[in-house]
Design a binder for this molecule. Structure first.
Ligand code: FES
Length: 255
């Protein structure tokens, strides 16, 4: 059993949990994910690892209530447990493997929306610790949906867009004026698929290297059930095993 050590409501229908899962915390890397299950009746829910603390043996997950299973998860409180907490699954982000001195020379922007912002915070934190100051461009429907802004500002420059104009520039992330002012060389993006597609389009039109973190439907998490396949230049690849982070040049999206 995997107890919930901390639960926090970040925004309407969006929650953060620290879960005690020592083995996962010990081997987790940024970009990887876990599959959680509350109990025998519960569905298997894939969630990106947003952070982990090897010493405390905890893993941080952030989720949005989008259906019956995540609604049930939202009712769990500190001290309640998950029956399964399987991971770490998937491949770590290349970003962490790259030479930090090379990274420092690059203008990197993390573009994210909705719960997709949570894993970007951790990646940004890792860069900041190594002396790089990344840029974060975060989008949401309104100011109430922008997550952990006070955390993001600790690690880099933060720009926001909201659809109703209640925070930052009004519109979508790809319309933000910072994209016209700075020649970014590397984009990492995570969030709703339509947002990632428009970020990918933007990156391609400007010739910017771009990596997306896919959130395809998943069940087994180990490349066995094939429910997560993505059409790529290398054929059908399992997002759970070969991803979830892909370079846009590998994806056969209409961009
Ligand atoms: Fe089963 Fe990817 S989730 S193959």
């Amino acid at each position: 059993m995997y107890p919930i050590i901390k639960k926090e409501k970040l925004a309407d229908k969006i929650y953060l949990m620290d879960v005690k899962a020592e083995r996962v915390a010990k081997s987790a890397k940024p970009g990887q994910f876990v599959i959680v299950k509350i109990d025998e009746e519960g569905e298997r829910i894939p969630l990106t690892i947003c952070d982990y603390d090897e010493k405390a043996g905890t893993v941080t997950i952030v989720f949005q209530t989008v259906g019956a299973s995540t609604e049930r998860m939202a009712y769990l409180e500190e001290g309640d447990t998950f029956q399964d907490f399987v991971g770490p699954l998937g491949c770590p982000s290349d970003l962490i493997e790259e030479d930090i001195e090379e990274l420092k020379k690059k203008k990197i922007v993390f573009i994210a929306g909705g719960v997709g912002t949570a894993p970007m915070l951790y990646l940004g934190e890792q860069l900041a610790k190594n002396g790089h100051k990344p840029t974060f461009l975060l989008g949401a429907r309104s100011d109430k949906d922008l997550l952990q802004l006070e955390e993001f500002v600790k690690y880099g420059e933060v720009y926001t867009t909201t659809e109703d104009g209640s925070h930052g520039e009004k519109g979508y992330v790809t319309q933000h004026s910072i994209l016209n002012k700075v020649n970014f060389e590397q984009i990492y993006t995570c969030g709703p698929k339509p947002m990632m597609i428009s970020v990918a389009k933007y990156a391609k039109s400007k010739g910017i290297n771009c990596e997306v973190s896919l959130e395809n439907m998943m069940a087994c998490g180990i490349g066995a059930c094939l429910c997560c396949v993505e059409n790529t230049t290398e054929g059908h690849l399992c997002v759970c095993k070969e991803g979830p982070v892909f370079n846009i040049n590998k994806l056969l999206w209409q961009i």
